[in-house]
Design a protein around this ligand. Structure first.
Ligand code: ADP
Length: 653
């Protein structure tokens, strides 16, 4: 993908480029004419002018239309020149210079063609080098070293050296790794090194792994050719602290192909710095282009490694190019779609998506179009009743990052996840919760009912009546907890669309809640104030859920504040939302608990706080659940010992 160019640079390029091209074509025409003039050593200015004019005509026509489009015209003009020349000479006895003219025209054509090819080659070289340099940059040497370290974890290496091998098969050491106990003082070191080099030469010529075990010693030397695209890029020489086992041959051969790729990078990153402008005419320039191509091929091989990861995952994944051709379909997706790989090979993106058609996903084309137009991914839960299977399907746009800001779409990814067992577990869990809650509630109602009856019975002793009233209060508390718990779990089960939303004025909800909680506040001598804003627009919300959420916040503010303090409930209009804020001068919340207070069953432990305070740790999680289901969000601002400010926003209508 071409990098973005600044508009002014672009403007300069589109005006300057044709100008340069015409100027060079004119230059070439003049030079070709003069060459003809010089070759045929003529002494007439008229002849020079005629040759230049003809060569110019050829070069400008070639430059404008290219050889493929204008060869017929050039041929006709050559025939005409030759014909007029013959007629002129035969009939009128005048030499109209047909041969010099045709010669100059031919030279002009040749030079223009070379110039065009050269300029194309420059573009090709520049792009090839840019792409390869991006992939060869910085880490070539590091990767060679890291490969040697990895090898050391599998084989007990005394020493390992990677040699680069040039056209004349001479070796140059480019990376070296010393194992745990290299014997630097070894008097035989030089001869061992020579033997090693010999072994490497053998490996390069034979193209096969060569090993040698030192007689009477427990060590061996192995040379492995580093082959990339059937060319020997170098040799890996390793000295082992043990005898070499042939079982390790496949391992060494596999690792050495990676070394070969890294070596290509290494040698390319060294040569890439050289100038490339004359590469069309130079052998070393062409060699470097070959190196660049090898680097790109190495990248392709490594990318296959990324793609093959997908064959080992349980989720189905397919990747399609932007023309709908399928680039990859992993085995899990094939099994979800009920296809064999041969069948999938004949399909395109839409054929594949049609295999997942259901009621809610009946026109895959529309889903794909939307993803392409908006870039927002499509997600749907597909229920295949006959197969008793629930699948989650996601279609998303794959993008390539061009630079810090820009991205360009390069493909479409399909991700299919089997939700069948997760859904079964979820259903089982919620069935169990409702069953248990029901089973708990029925006996609790009896306990509470009878305990209340007994508290009213004046015939039983006072102490027993006190115990009974404790039973009554506790059983009531327990049933309230169960109710809250049930409402939170039920809410989580509901889909976003299921919440009944009607236009609702939040200032009215606040007013009603304050009125209903005034008696509770009064009991604690807390001033409960309302601070409404003017002209609050309505929001779309479920009245009973939102009222319960506000009630939870105000109740908490009263519950967690000392006597004779103030609790203020305000409403305010923000850019696109209405905010409800409950502020108290109470105990506040420690910094480390601020995030967690919204979690289910989380309660802040405070020293000296009454144990019998009714607390489930569910109130705030209910608030967050409700607010988020309405598309809003919750916020908390609190300083321990000073007070708290709980607030939430809902999108305005
Ligand atoms: P509950 O109040 O039933 O314990 P909540 O989910 O409503 O459960 O609250 C979680 C915890 O957050 C409570 O244990 C309480 O300590 C703390 N909390 C909630 N609101 C306030 C508040 N206004 N001031 C101080 N602490 C609060």
């Amino acid at each position: 993908m071409a990098p973005r160019v600044h508009p002014l640079t672009h403007l300069a390029l589109i005006t300057i480029r044709p100008l340069i091209s015409y100027l060079s074509a004119t230059g070439i025409g003049i030079v070709a004419g003069l060459i003809g003039y010089a070759v045929f050593t003529m002494n007439e200015p008229f002849a020079a002018a005629a040759l230049v004019v003809y060569a110019l005509a050829v070069s400008l026509t070639m430059n404008r239309f290219g050889l493929r489009q204008c060869w017929r015209w050039l041929f006709v003009s050559a025939v005409v020149v030759a014909g007029i020349g013959v007629v002129g000479f035969q009939v009128f006895g005048v030499d109209l210079l047909p041969v010099p003219l045709l010669f100059s025209g031919g030279v002009s054509l040749l030079l223009i063609q070379i110039n065009r090819l050269w300029s194309l080659d420059r573009q090709l070289t520049r792009r090839l080098f840019n792409a390869s340099t991006r992939n060869a940059e910085s880490n070539a040497k590091t990767r060679l070293m890291s490969g040697l370290k990895l090898l050391n974890t599998v084989l007990p290496l005394s020493e390992a050296v990677v040699f680069r091998c040039d056209d004349s098969n001479s070796l140059e050491a480019v990376a070296r790794f010393k194992g745990a106990a290299p014997n630097a003082q070894d008097p035989r070191r030089n001869s061992v090194w020579r033997e090693g080099i010999n072994l490497c030469q053998q490996a390069v010529t034979s193209g096969k792994l060569v090993s040698q075990t030192a007689t009477g010693e427990n060590s061996s030397t192995v040379a492995v050719p580093l082959l990339h695209e059937s060319e020997t890029a170098g040799v890996l020489l390793i000295r082992l602290a043990s005898e070499f086992s042939v079982d390790d041959t496949p391992l060494l051969e596999a690792v050495s192909s990676q070394f070969a790729r890294n070596l290509e990078r290494e040698s390319f990153s060294k040569s890439a710095a050289h100038t490339q402008s004359l590469s069309y005419f130079s052998q070393s320039g062409s060699r470097r282009k070959l190196d660049a191509l090898n680097v790109l091929k190495a990248v392709t091989v490594e990318q296959r490694c990324e793609a093959s990861t997908l064959s080992h995952i349980d989720d189905g994944v397919a990747i399609a190019y932007l023309d709908g051709t399928l680039a990859l379909v992993n085995p899990s997706l094939l099994s979800f779609a009920g296809l064999t790989s041969e069948q999938a090979a004949k399909m395109d993106l839409f054929d594949l998506l049609h295999k997942f058609r259901t009621d809610i996903f009946d026109e895959p084309e529309i889903a794909v179009r939307r993803v392409l137009q908006t870039g927002v991914e499509y997600e749907g839960e597909l229920n295949f009743e006959p197969k008793n299977q629930i699948l989650n399907l996601r279609i998303s746009l794959l993008r390539e990052r061009l630079n810090q800001k820009d991205e360009t779409p390069i493909g479409i990814a399909i991700h299919v996840k089997d939700l069948t067992s997760t859904k079964e577990y979820e259903k089982l869990k919620s069935d169990m919760i409702s069953l248990m809650s029901h089973e708990l509630r029925t006996p609790l109602t009896s306990i509470n009912g009878f305990a209340e009856l007994l508290t009213a019975d004046q015939t039983i002793p006072a102490q027993a009546r006190e115990f009974v009233s404790i039973i009554a209060n506790e059983s009531q508390r327990m049933s309230r907890m169960i109710n809250t718990f049930l409402s939170v779990t039920q809410l989580q089960r509901k889909d976003k669309q299921e919440v009944l939303k009607i236009p609702l004025r939040l200032d009215e909800v606040v007013r009603e809640t304050i009125a209903s909680l005034q008696p509770v506040a009064k009991k604690k001598r807390i001033r409960l104030l309302e601070q409404p804003a003017h002209r609050i627009p309505p929001v779309a919300a479920d009245k009973s859920l939102i009222t319960q959420a506000v009630k939870n916040l105000v109740n908490n503010a009263i519950k967690y504040s000392p006597e004779r303090t103030t609790v203020t409930v305000s409403t305010a209009l923000e850019a696109e939302a209405v905010r409800v804020c409950v502020e108290d001068r109470g105990f506040g919340i420690p910094a480390e608990a601020k995030e967690r207070v919204w979690d289910k069953f989380y309660r802040v432990v405070r020293e000296g706080q009454e144990k019998d305070e009714e607390s489930t740790g569910l109130g705030l999680s209910f608030v967050r659940e409700v607010v988020e289901q309405h598309g809003g969000h919750v916020e908390l601002d609190s300083v321990e010992g000073r007070g708290s400010k709980f607030s939430f926003t809902l999108p305005r209508l």
